[in-house]
Design a protein around this ligand. Sequence first.
Ligand code: SF4
Length: 323
Amino acid sequence: MGQTAVNMNHPNAGHFRRLLLNWYRQNQRKLPWRGEGDPYKILVSEIMLQQTRVVVVEDRYKKFINQFPTVQALARAREQTVLAAWSGLGYYRRARNLHAAAKEITKASEFPRTAEALRDLPGIGRYTANAVASIAFSEKVPVVDGNVKRVLHRLTGRDLSEEQYWQAAALLLATESPGDFNQAMMELGAVVCVPGNPLCIGCPVIDCCATRGAGAKQAKEIRKKAVLKYSLCLKNGRVLLQQRDNANSLMPGMWELPAFSSGKAIQPLMRLKHSITVTDYTVLVYAANLTSVEKGRWIAMRSLNRLPLTGLARKIIRHVANE
Ligand code: SF4
């Protein structure tokens, strides 16, 4: 299949679809959302999977669906409860948008059944709308995410523009089973045509591939380092926390430990590592007294599960509880 990206409607395209779908049906990973037909649950999984690793999402998805089993249950929940359930997954705007979308769907009394209608919901872009519409309602629309782009790039051996990726995915799409085909493309990118060195020997579509791994380079991620300092104030089973400003673009409204600032050279109580996207943080936690912390609220440790904590705050408190 060495033709141009926008000319993938080649006789071999049918062969490619058959190989890919057969492989996917026999080899797909067992994941809690696989085979799911409820569009609400598919939407939750798709939103969680954006920017979060599958291994993290697996467990969190099950808990979230247990807590909010229907779109109506999610719509009825308080925002603080939804954010608390999202705690540790990061990118909290996703949780806020999902909550707002659940309210709109409940108000309309019907789940949107097309990609076009899904895109009217808050926070739902082309990828999520097409994924839900193809998996839940078999709409003949393609998906393009990072995995699909990598597969298409290597299959064609060409650098494509954003729109060309969508065109190529649309031309390859198996229209009789678009949901399975879309998931198969993403699965291929996730487990075989992986970043860095693709596993071409085990690739079901190697016969259709223009590059067969040639030119694939080990992706070298540039990571940054930074230090974060926090104060830990504990009193009678309670911990002092501060709420991030709602106008903050990062994690607005979430709760965290107060920042620590002192000119004195003192030893931290605890030191841990924490990574967010491309930054590796060294986190230093200092024992602090009330006078060294400007403001905050004392929260009982046993109530923390109900509070939307930042992932890092939850990690620090878990360490404190285990010591
Ligand atoms: Fe990717 Fe290799 Fe398969 Fe081509 S043959 S699609 S490069 S895994």
